[in-house]
Design a protein around this ligand. Structure first.
Ligand code: TLP
Length: 358
């Protein structure tokens, strides 16, 4: 049980005592000179887990995706990706600013491009059109509620992209959630992608950082781009040490977060005025739609009231749309906390019973 039940994001997880100890003891050097042994170890362990030749420690998932896009593409090329993807929506258009690439967002049913959609989006060799430089896939998918795609689905997309000589980048910020949920090693998801970013700072609990993995030439290019965007960190072993603990100790326990998300989703689905698509609750994210008679404005007002009412009860939620709330479970939310969150929402929505709950 925690003072505040913080369901806003798994980025809010705090480092474990073991991480803090590893940070205090970390052997360090200047990582721009490639002399930090702890960073090198994290990069090697990460690459091995993903079955890739090399890894690169970066400051964030956003930086990992940015250096990947820029390393794979040339200015003026186009990047094919899902309309709801994190790269397209929440990375401040960094790839457009730094990489001078154009995004080609495609609307998908579950957040995952189908091979036919990739085939349709690939540009022909025509003097008028931009050339396709990269295809991006996100797993688990954030805006679609932590849904997973299988290694086979990634393979099918990659087959089309590679057939046209186009590389594939996997935004695997929460790749280990997908691996645990589907019971498949992370390397199976990574196998068909040319590069993968995953975060140690989300459900895995480290305070800072992500690792980009790929082939040696790609990682050498990505290292230069990381330096260009100011991501060359010096004695970064201090934070990489926590990343190693995250990778070595925190992966299997993600199953607890998934069980808590399911408990929360099932409880929320029973409350009046709330709709949860239980089939989409596959990992640690629950998306709740607020539905009220009176249309979108009434639903948005009700969602705002719920978030504020929960905050007053020390339950922190995050609105991701006018009438849509996201709850993310993580290591600092336990089963008792889930009950407290449900209790707060039960109390708040019970007022709607007599007002024609949908
Ligand atoms: N997502 C954050 C916010 O930016 C929305 C969150 O709270 O979920 N890819 C995916 C799929 C992500 O969900 C995120 C973070 C990132 C990349 C970026 O990672 P950071 O925050 O480390 O830059």
């Amino acid at each position: 049980m925690h003072d505040v039940v913080d369901l806003r994001s798994d980025t809010l997880t705090l480092p474990t005592p073991e991480m803090r100890e590893a940070m205090a003891r970390a052997e360090v050097g200047d990582d721009v000179w490639e002399e930090d042994p702890t960073v090198k170890r994290l990069e090697a362990v990460a690459a091995e887990r993903l079955g890739k030749a090399a890894g690169l420690f970066v400051a964030s998932g956003t930086m990992g995706n940015l250096v990947s896009v820029v390393s794979h593409t040339r200015a003026g090329q186009e990047v094919v990706l899902d309309l709801d993807s994190h790269i397209f929506n929440y990375e401040v258009a960094g790839s457009a600013v730094i990489g001078s690439v154009q995004m080609r967002p495609v609307r998908t049913a579950r957040g995952f491009l189908a091979p036919e959609q990739v085939r349709e989006a690939l540009r022909p060799a025509n003097i008028h059109v931009p050339q396709t430089g990269l295809v991006c896939v996100e797993n688990t998918h954030n805006r679609h509620g932590g849904t997973c795609c299988t290694p086979e689905e990634i393979a099918a997309v990659a087959e089309v992209a590679h057939g046209a000589g186009v590389p594939v980048h996997l935004d695997g910020a929460r790749l280990f959630n997908a691996a645990v949920a589907l019971g498949r090693p992370a390397s199976e998801f990574a196998r068909h992608a040319d590069s993968v970013t995953f975060c140690v700072s989300k459900g895995l609990g480290a305070p800072v950082g992500s690792v980009v993995c790929g082939g040696p030439e790609f990682v050498a290019r990505a290292r230069r781009v990381r330096k260009m965007v100011g991501g060359g960190m010096r004695q970064a072993g201090i934070i990489a040490a926590a990343g190693l603990v995250a990778l070595e100790r925190m992966v299997d326990r993600l199953a607890e977060d998934h069980a808590n998300a399911r408990r929360l989703a099932e409880g929320l689905a029973r409350l009046p005025g709330l709709r949860v698509d239980l089939a989409r609750v596959q990992t640690n994210i629950v998306i709740v739609a607020v539905e009220r008679p009176g249309g979108p404005a009434a639903a948005a007002a009700a969602a705002g009231e719920l978030v504020a009412g929960c905050a007053a009860r020390k339950v922190a939620l995050h609105a991701i749309g006018p009438a849509s709330i996201r709850c993310v479970t993580h290591k600092d939310v336990d089963a008792e906390d889930i009950e407290r969150a449900l209790e707060a929402l039960r109390e708040l929505t019970s007022r709607w019973q007599d007002k024609g709950a949908t």
